[in-house]
Design a protein around this ligand. Structure first.
Ligand SMILES: [Zn+2]
Length: 60
């Protein structure tokens, strides 16, 4: 599988970081912020529309 790095941003604490798409679940999976513990669907952590589109393409 092709590798891609996605930019994530926590909607609660606004922490920014990168994740390899291979290490992520699908966009509807729940995801916990390592910084503040906020739990939301992974799609809400995608920093840009492009990141969300890449995630959807890989997890489709
Ligand atoms: Zn957070």
């Amino acid at each position: 599988m092709q590798e891609a790095w996605l930019q994530l941003q926590c909607p609660a604490c606004e922490e920014n970081w990168e994740e390899n798409v291979a290490d992520l679940s699908g966009p509807e999976a729940s995801f916990d912020c390592d910084s503040c513990g906020e739990t939301r669907s992974l799609s809400e952590f995608m920093q840009t529309t492009r990141d969300l589109e890449v995630l959807r393409q890989f997890k489709a």
